[in-house]
Design a protein. Structure first.
Length: 88
């Protein structure tokens, strides 16, 4: 390291923090970016099939959890997007 860095403890601390952060979060950051890109792609395709979120919802199936609460799963006829609706 250069002398200016040693002369400034705060900067040294900050640089170490950035370096440590870069090592620990690099992989998860790449993964996050990948997921974000996929998410954006899905949104794009949805927008083409159902502009302005004008989905054509139809009841696809019913799901009951361990408490016996029924959840209706709605599916869009065009883009196959799913959403949950509580109650029947
Ligand atoms: Zn749709």
């Amino acid at each position: 390291m250069t002398t200016w860095c040693l002369e400034n403890p705060w900067l040294t601390f900050l640089l170490l923090l950035i370096a440590a952060d870069a090592v620990t979060t690099r992989f998860s950051w790449n993964r996050k970016k990948e997921l974000l890109q996929k998410d954006m792609r899905i949104r794009e395709l949805e927008e083409i099939l159902c502009p302005c979120e004008q989905h054509d919802w139809i009841a696809a199936r019913y799901e009951t959890d361990s408490d016996g609460k029924a959840t209706r799963i709605m599916m869009c006829r065009r883009c196959k997007k799913e959403k949950e609706t509580e109650g029947v």
